[in-house]
Design a protein around this ligand. Sequence first.
Ligand code: GDG
Length: 530
Amino acid sequence: MKKRKFLVVSNRLPVSVTKKDGVLQFSPSSGGLATALARVHSEGDDRLWIGWPGIASDELNSSEKSKIVRELNKLGCHPIFLTKKQIEKYYDGYSNDTIWPLFHYFQTYVQHDVDYFEGYKQVNEIFKKAVLKFTDKNTSIWIHDYHLMLLPKLIRDTLPDATIGFFLHIPFPSYEIFRLLPNRKEILEGLLGANLVGFHVYDYARHFLSSVLRILAIENSHGTIVIGQRAVKADAFPIGIDYEKFANSHKMPKTQKEINNLEKKYAGVKTILSMDRLDYSKGIARRLAAFEEFLKENPAQRKKVVLVVVAVPSRMQVATYRKLRLTIEEQISRINKKYGTSKWTPVSYQFKNLPFEQVSALFWVADIALLTPLRDGMNLVAKEYIATKQDRPGVLILSEMAGAVDEMPEAIRINPNDNREIIKAIKSGLELSEITQKTNIKLMQQRLSKYTVHRWAEDFIEQLEETRHWQKHRGDKLLSSESKDKILKSFKNSKSRLILLDYDGTLRSFVSSHHPGKAAPSKQLVSLLT
Ligand code: GDG
């Protein structure tokens, strides 16, 4: 049997292309999805990853484009070229200024712009063309995230029998929020083009199913929706991390060097780590406000703790993100001015994408990880922090609005909107005994090391394959469209009609004993019915 081909489709490729002094540069992409899938992708032999390389096509001439295609091809990737205008509408606009805020419950940040949706549709079409170029009947397609929610249907319309999986990396909001979206119907229909729609946690799948019911009036049975001759399954697949990579990171010489630097820098103080993309959904401003309050209320803790803030630059083309940066930087300078001394800076701040060795060294060194997203699909940083702490104490303070919280009940759980709770959590985190810290970490590690990102991908792919077999089996039982046409024609032409609804072979017991394999009724039965 021919081996199946596997296509991964996402907005960004795991490799980003930039141009420096006229020279093309290729570097690994940042962000949750790229991190999660990079290794899974590199392990397969018949795999192709389709996505945008991160540079506008207006900045490239045709020989540069060919070079990008060639270089990416060597890495199992195929680039989708998008113009500045397309990126503005599809990516900055509809994806990050409409869907992202709405799906993270920031209703007032949502921009509803008809042009944005037009751009979104256009780019989804461009992706469709590329996918079709690489798809045959042996191909399974796995589409990722909110940038490409129309794509499953677009592919399905051309290839009715395609095997399509879709995974949403952000929350799917409750119906009351989702219904606010002007294009809610198209988005749901787009997603229903897939055979399998995956979410991080079951609550998101439940919200999706309830929106399908209330907006499209389509019911489900235990998460399976039947549309015509096709079934669509919605289920939860909590994404994991590359556990071994983080568990062994402290042994890498480069990380060890960084650990030494940090230990010197923060000698004598406890470190609280705040690390995320600079995004309003991550609750960084509230986190800073809580830390400021903590310093105010606990003078004895001043000079004894440092909040290490790493904010990774993200979506700086979107005005809300630029404003957020200003707010955060103002807060930080206020705290440092108010409480800092010549020898102690309460908040140490970096606005950049750090190399892996610095990230893992921070995980190793930080006494507390303070992660307070207001909404987060999963939050990989929480999992990575715990995985890094091999036989090492550490405290995780985690928002109950992050998908990860269900798998990490030993973390100190907080409501990110409750300042008091965050302050209390910081205090109790600083006081927690080393033995309790280590015990909690061990318990979380046991779970994280079992359900890794590889298991997650395997699970999804396995279920996708199951839906394909199920579909085929079901297809075998259903009438072909020719048979249906023939029946309808005879029905219309007949003067005397008898409709027999048969379940599981009732009429078979009357089938001629001379032709036991033949499913046509015997003469005896026909005469009886006549
Ligand atoms: C989306 C969803 C969901 C962070 N700082 C640096 C750096 N990172 C890495 C972390 C982690 C990744 O970036 C961030 O992942 P998160 O899951 O925390 O957040 P999002 O980027 O918002 O991801 C999220 C995820 O998709 C996966 O489905 O969990 O809910 O929003 O891996 O380690 N990496 C480097 N330098 C940094 O400074 N190299």
